[in-house]
Every structure is written in C-alpha cells, then in structure tokens.
Design a protein around this ligand. Structure first.
Ligand code: SAH
Length: 352
C-alpha cells in the first residue's frame, strides 16, 4: 500500500498518472486529504467512483485514531491523544490552542524523547521512534477537522513543533511535514506562521538555516549560563552556550527572522534577579524575543514553579536590559495539556 498522506501534490500526480489520470485529479485528491481531512475514499465525491475504488485497493490515507479528546472549558484548548498505526500501538499528543489572533496547533515530532530535560515529561520511557511526515500532518488535519465540526470557516493558522520530541533529530521528516502544511490547497499555513522548537542541537539549527525558509526558530534556553543549563538540560554538555549562541545569531542573520528563546521559570533554580540580568547580557543586541513559561510541574522531579512575583520581576529586568520578553499565558492546565503529561498518564494507567 502506498501512503498518500506523505505525498506532495507533484508526487500524487505521479501516482495518479500511473493510473492514467490527469494532473488535476491529483490536486483534487490532495485537497480532499489535506484540505478537507477525508477519512475514507468514499468521502471524495468529486472523484469518479471507479478511481476511488482503485485507490482504496492500492493506497492508504495514513489515518491516526483518536484515543481521547479533552477540552479545557476555560480557554478552549483541545488535546487529542492519537494512536499511531504501528504494531506497538504507540500514542502521541497533539494540542490546539485558541489565541486572540486565531488557532494554533502544537505538533509532536517523535514518540518519546531522549534529550532528557529534567523538567519535561516527554523523556519518560526514552525515545521510541521518529514520527513520519504523514503522522505529523495527520495531527494538523485531525485538529482542523475537529474545528470544522463547530465552525466550518475556521482553520488553524499557526503551527508550532513543540509537542513531544526533538524536531532536529527528525529534520528530514519535519521539513516534509512543513512543506505539506504550507500547500495552499491543504492546510495552507504560511511559512512565517510556523515555528520549530529545539533543545539546542547546533547541527540541526545550521541545517534548518541552510533551507532558507522564513520560519521561526525557537530555542529552549532555560538558563543564562552553562552551569544552570547543564543541570536542567544534559544536551548542554554536548552543545554549550559558547556554540549554541553563535549558531542562533547565524540563524537570525541568515533568515532575517527574529528568534524566540523559551525560558521555563523554575522556582529558585533559574528565576532569580541575577539570572535575569545575566540573560539580558547574553541576549543584548540580538534579533530575539524571550518567551517566559511558567513551569508545569511533573510529579517526582522535585521542581517547583516560580512564584508570580518572581516571574514578573524576571520579565521586568529583561525589559529594562533591552530584551523583549513576554510571559506566556498557561493554557490547558485543566486537561494536562503540557509536555507529555497526558501520554504519561496513559502509560501509567493503560486504558483497557
Ligand atoms: N524538544 C523541543 C520541542 C519540544 S518541547 C524543545 O526542547 O524545544 C517544547 C517546549 O516545552 C520547550 O521549550 C520545553 O522546554 C518546554 N517544556 C517541557 N517541559 C515543560 C514543563 N514541564 N513545563 C513547561 N514547559 C515545558
């Protein structure tokens, strides 16, 4: 069976040409799969029945199966746990957030993760495998289809690869996913509305810069110096700040895009005024913006969120130091919509 979901329109043209079909059929097929989120060939009513039947024999739509859907009644955040089509029945999370400017999807790029950040639930159980581009775009398609039930006009406008996994370890499939998501007859996400978030893999940052796409790079910094960062993120021993920061500068220069630095505030660990001053010195003069994130505590890790006054003071010091900083609103707290926490619950208490 050929997986149609991972194919760009040109590639679908090839598959359909082999069936003796003209190129416009490929565009129609792409629009059914990606634009309308068809879950079966029988839904594709603008295609001739005979073609639909032939496709059903040779091709599959790479569907994932929702295991659960949770919605936070306070802020509209929706989180799906999706079962992948593999023998192990692996699951991944995908989240839709509602902002004043529209809908945003948070997509996972791997099952599990082996980066091992101390505060993150995704590394529990280690890395199981990379997701394919088909499995990533399916997350977006399912979130759009779910949205259309309520509001047929509504579409997700932004994508952040900030779900489970480290996208730079799976860059080939991530790039294919972004190209699929960009297609106007599919999900139609603008390049400038895409963000790839990394724990700081320098070769990945360089490879992404070489693609020359105007997408936003987000770097999970979480510390103003190597000592604190080593404690929180073992990856820093491989790519310390002396390598990471120049790679970030080069990315900003090569793409002209403003970088985002993510900074999870952890009580007493990285949230002190001296940390904020050191961070302001580290980032001064760079085309960037700091996204301060309240810690979502993971049981058993012994890390506490930063008190609200400390977070406000941290932001103020950064701003006074000439660095743009926003404090991220916490979304989806009523539904464990943070960082591997829903899958983790499922792993601990498997549903029958
Ligand atoms: N591996 C990539 C992308 C996935 S993590 C990366 O590290 O950037 C997406 C973001 O969620 C990262 O900034 C990560 O540090 C943050 N994060 C992970 N666990 C968290 C937690 N418990 N509370 C708040 N943010 C968390």
């Amino acid at each position: 069976m050929v997986n149609l979901k991972r194919m760009l329109p040109d590639e679908l043209t090839g598959v359909l040409a082999a069936q003796g079909e003209p190129a416009y059929r490929a565009r129609q097929l792409f629009a059914w799969i990606h634009g309308r989120g068809a879950r079966g060939f029988d839904e594709m009513t603008s295609l001739p029945r005979s073609l639909r039947e032939r496709l059903a024999e040779i091709a599959d739509l790479g569907l994932l199966t929702p295991v659960s859907r949770q919605e936070d009644p306070r802020d509209g955040t929706v989180k799906f746990l999706l079962r992948l089509n593999d023998d192990a029945g692996n699951t991944v999370e995908t989240v839709r957030m509602t902002y004043s400017y529209g809908y945003s999807a948070c997509v996972s790029s791997q099952v599990g993760c082996h980066i091992g950040c101390r505060f993150c639930a995704s590394s529990i159980g280690g890395l199981i495998r990379n997701l394919t581009a088909a499995e990533m775009i399916e997350q977006l398609i399912l979130l759009n289809r779910d949205l259309a039930v309520r509001d047929p006009q509504a579409r997700i406008a932004r994508v952040v690869i900030m779900g489970m996994g480290e996208p730079m370890e799976n860059l080939t499939e991530v790039l294919r996913f972004l190209r699929l998501a960009h297609e106007p007859e599919g999900c139609g996400i603008g390049w400038r509305h895409m963000t790839v978030s990394t724990s700081g893999l320098v070769p990945g940052i360089e490879a992404l810069a070489a693609e020359d796409l105007p997408i936003t790079l987000a770097v999970s910094l979480h510390a103003p110096n190597d000592e604190v960062r080593n404690r929180l993120m073992p990856i820093n021993r491989r790519y310390p700040l002396g390598q990471l920061m120049p790679a970030c500068r080069r990315y900003a220069e090569a793409t002209g895009r403003r970088l985002t630095f993510e900074y999870v505030l952890i009580g007493g660990v990285n949230d002190l005024p001296e940390h904020a001053r050191e961070l302001a010195r580290l980032l001064r003069g760079m085309l960037c913006h700091v996204n301060l994130i309240p810690l979502n505590p993971v049981a058993g890790r012994g890390l506490e969120p930063s008190p609200p006054q400390a977070m406000a003071a941290f932001q103020r010091i950064l701003r006074e130091g000439g660095v743009a900083a926003t404090l991220r609103r916490q979304l989806g707290t009523a539904i464990d919509a943070a960082c591997g926490q829903l899958r983790r619950r499922l792993l601990e208490a498997p549903v029958p």
